[in-house]
Design a protein around this ligand. Structure first.
Ligand code: ZN
Length: 320
């Protein structure tokens, strides 16, 4: 006996057992077996078997007329959207044992299988009623969903004369769901850059762990942020230079607002002057709020992949 079962109180098990073995609530169907509902059901399941849907063809069968598909049996007892029952039905809840299981924490529910038997074909005009009972309740079982009980409900269908026309057994697992493992919520990715033909090289370079700077092919001047033309000689021709990633803090701020869930606040952001001579803005990392200072030596850190793109930030660097 496992611990979960050991913790199950005898009083509770006795209460479950009390639902077994007695024929329970008698419930009447709302409507007699009827041809429109048979036709609609057959449409849903794409059946066109003549004894179900064609009165002329059905008349020449051994049934002498329309019969309902056997598997429609429980349809005639459906309570409808309002979950109400016709006058004369028992008002007791035929699934009362479920409330007991819910009360004890078996709140998970899983239909496992059903089984039907048929005594005779049902014809339009048959008025069907049904007795509900609890056929069996298993011992407490360990399942992949959690510890639980398999409860089998029995419906015994009868006609107006009380003659049996069929049965249905429906087996349901009620279980205590395993406690979900609490995991820290995943931090959202930082905002991702929008790429264009002038900036794509910068982000593509970062993916390869390189900090690339745009360089004018006309005059050799470096520029950042990237742009289509050299502001010095107006050349549209350019290539790139891989930066050493080393530089110094030209300026910095601690951002408080606006806030983005990807970052901690206050969020230090630096204007870094690279040793190649251009400046770029990037987050600072690895420094407490009061540590950065103008002129501080820094070096680039290219973050692990976050979302689609890698982002550069700068950390303190020992003076060479
Ligand atoms: Zn130029």
């Amino acid at each position: 006996m496992n611990s979960a079962v050991a913790q199950t109180s005898q009083a509770f098990l006795d209460e479950l057992k009390s639902y077994l073995g007695c024929r329970g609530a008698l419930v009447h169907g709302w409507d007699a077996v009827n041809q429109p509902m048979i036709r609609q059901w057959c449409e849903v399941f794409d059946f066109d078997f003549p004894p179900f849907v064609d009165p002329v063809a059905a008349a020449s069968t051994v049934h002498g007329g329309i019969v309902a598909p056997a598997t429609m049996l429980p349809v005639w007892l459906m309570p409808g959207l309002r979950n109400a029952r016709p006058a004369g039905s028992d008002t007791a809840d035929p699934r009362a044992v479920m409330r007991v299981l819910e009360r004890e924490g078996y709140v998970g529910i899983l239909g496992t299988d059903s089984e039907q038997t048929y005594e005779r074909p049902l014809r339009p005009g048959d008025k069907i009623s049904c007795f509900h009972s609890v056929d069996s309740i298993s011992q407490e079982k360990q399942t992949r969903m959690g510890p639980g009980f398999f409860v089998t409900f029995l419906q015994e269908f009868v006609d107006e004369q009380g003659q049996p026309v069929g049965t249905m057994r429906l087996r349901i697992l009620r279980f205590k769901p395993h406690a979900k493992v609490q995991t820290a919520p995943k931090r959202p990715s930082p905002p991702q850059p929008s790429l264009n033909q002038d900036t794509a090289f910068f982000w593509e370079g970062l993916k390869e762990g390189k900090l690339l700077i745009q360089r004018c092919k006309g005059c050799g001047k470096l520029r950042h942020p990237p742009g289509p033309a050299c502001t010095h000689c107006h050349s549209l021709e350019w290539d790139t230079l891989q930066s050493s990633g080393r530089g110094k803090l030209f300026s910095f701020v601690f951002m408080h607002k606006p806030r983005h869930p990807a970052f901690d606040y206050p969020h230090p952001v630096g204007l870094v002057e690279l040793e190649e001579g251009v400046r770029l803005i990037a987050p600072l990392c690895g420094m407490a709020q009061d540590k950065p200072y103008i002129g501080m030596p820094v070096e680039v850190v290219i973050d692990p992949v976050e979302g689609e793109h890698r982002l550069p930030s700068f950390r303190p660097r020992a003076k060479a």
